[in-house]
Ligand binder design. Sequence first.
Ligand code: TRP
Length: 333
Amino acid sequence: MSKPRVLSGIQPTADSFHLGNYLGALRNWVSMQSEFDCFYMIADMHALTVSPDPKDLEHRTLVSYAQLVALGIDPADSTIFVQSQVSEHAELMWVLSCLTGFGEANRMTQFKDKSAKQGNDSTNVGLFTYPILQASDILLYQPKAVPVGEDQRQHLELTRDLALRFNSRYKEVFTVPEAHIVKATAKITDLQEPTAKMSKSSPTGCLMLLDPLKTIEKKIKSAVTDSDTVIAFDPVNKAGVSNLLSILSVMSGHSIESLVREFEGQMYGALKTQVAEVVVAFAEDYQNKVNGLLADKAELSRLMTEGSKRAAGVAADTVSKVYSAVGFVSRGK
Ligand code: TRP
């Protein structure tokens, strides 16, 4: 029996993935490969909504691809592809746009938050239709489930609504996907502001996996702790220390309890040294792999093309069913 399909995506909006991306989502992408037929997409079209410099967007797309492979996503087994290389995403999006209510799109909280922050004049329409593009990304591949973080729940609900609406208005074309909300096994927070989620918007508190190893070490050693001296796990009262323990626990495979026992009587400096050692060792190996892949651009581009072609095969099949269901005249063979 064939494995059930999943699809997920990540935007190429930074020069490197960070530790929070890895521990919150990407580690799960790697492990899902054994049980699922995985489609993993680099969402460069979504990244365009923030108007990146073209050179940055291109570089970040390549680096994102290399990083997914370096983490252990096998391009021979999983389909890793670049969104803009599969033209069906834009095609399906138009059809789904015509099925989405203006008010319905206007209720998306991510759009409301972002546009409120930026003001209407610096908000583009792409940001408004972003969730409809995301629904297209998903429905094109007929996945059974979509592994995403809690922040994507509303976009997944819209996707399901659109699939059900299309199926009942026209024809049963789409699989209605389940949201597979990944509860991060460990909540990784900002090193400088340990009550906030780790995010690239806070450079000193965010561990970029492609940062120079010295920088990684320095960021960990400068992590905010507290004026107490006891190494204990208490995310409310000792957020900084608890975050370091969480990082060490997931990266080393040792339970928090065993780490707390091991560090009994020791100072924060000892904990930081060990966290730095484990993270730097991981990053060193990761960086070697990423650099190896980036050194052979021809091979990298061959892998990307292959993934995108495989994705396009599935996507074209869905779009042709959709076009026929809505009444577009067949363009023939
Ligand atoms: N919006 C998602 C995020 O910011 C990225 C994304 C784009 C995505 N298309 C997708 C995730 C399709 C899952 C499925 O994280």
